[in-house]
Design a protein around this ligand. Sequence first.
Ligand code: OGA
Ligand code: ZN
Length: 386
Amino acid sequence: GIIPFIRSISGITMQQATVPQPVSLVATPEGLMVQWPLDETVVYPWFWLRDHGHDPDTLHPVTQQRQLYTAAVAEDITGTDATLDNDTVSVRWADGGESHFPVAFLARWRDTGYPADPAPERILWDAGVIYREDPVVEHDAVMHTDEGLRDWLEQVLLYGFCRVQGVPTTPEATRQLAERVGYLRETLFGAFWDFTADLARADTAYTNLELRPHTDSTYSHDAPGLQLFHCLAFEGTGGESVLVDGFRIAWELERNDPRAYRTLSRVRVPGQYIGDGARLRAERPVFRHDADGKLVQVSFNNYDRAPFRLPDVEMAEFYRALRAFEDLANDPHYQWRYGLRPGEVLLFDNWRTLHGRAAYTGKRRLAGCYLNREDFESRLRVLGRR
Ligand code: OGA
Ligand code: ZN
């Protein structure tokens, strides 16, 4: 059956709009005990507090870089008392000196954790969903307004891709659009490509053959987070772009073939690039998870898979799982298929969305580039996610 909408939201903790104020501060042997409203009591260990002081000799006020030589702090450093003044908590240390903390900082760290953003909300899609949602923005809005740029990037976060319409059909316009997101990522293809079927590189992209759905750079330890294509010219037949939501396929396998999901999460698949004076190689599982077990990256490129051999039983299970994955990725039920016209750009998440293209005849000219994931994330933070 068709699953209309799958929103995968994990562990979003909303910051309270107003910063709570401490009810009381008590120096205990273990640390500073802060009583927060709603009967919440938090003990901040003394050493952790010393390490996170907001004084200029501990945290540089401009660079926000830690100045403290943490290893020089006594392991048993202890505070004697703490006071609250305006929005600052001051801690006096037993061996002299003071540290200061904004209340908002202590409030932020009432719980343990990492400086994570709210978990990205993804709409996992199949063909039925994505033709209806049709993520698209206008070139001029992206180029001239922060709202337009934010809208574009948020749709990429949500759907794993977003189209741009009305782009002037010049490589300069492609580059300027990409630079709204971040720095172009240089690889052996250069920082910026302008390609056609001329085999200028030892890669199927430089032919007019079909490209089945794949992610790029499985031979790179840090595959580019994003990829941008701009159709500069097309006169011919075929050549439609195909996108597949890799997280949707992962979701499908996890539920209906958990063994395949586990296999693709465990087996490290090597990727390689041989040619153009390079011999690149890297390996990772098709489904890569972070330290908390959350899926963070889907990598799949059957063209660039390097030879490897596992014990027979494991190899057979790997091929079974690969077949399950590829059958889904090549099933039109999971594909967004779209003929890019001159003046249209696709920006997509190369850690989530598989891309491909149909074989074509005639003339087709595409420009594009890779972008780093951290730069994309940074731009979204600076713009302020809604
Ligand atoms: C690529 C690629 C698709 C296309 O260059 O990696 O997948 O539409 N190209 O030409
Ligand atoms: Zn590709």
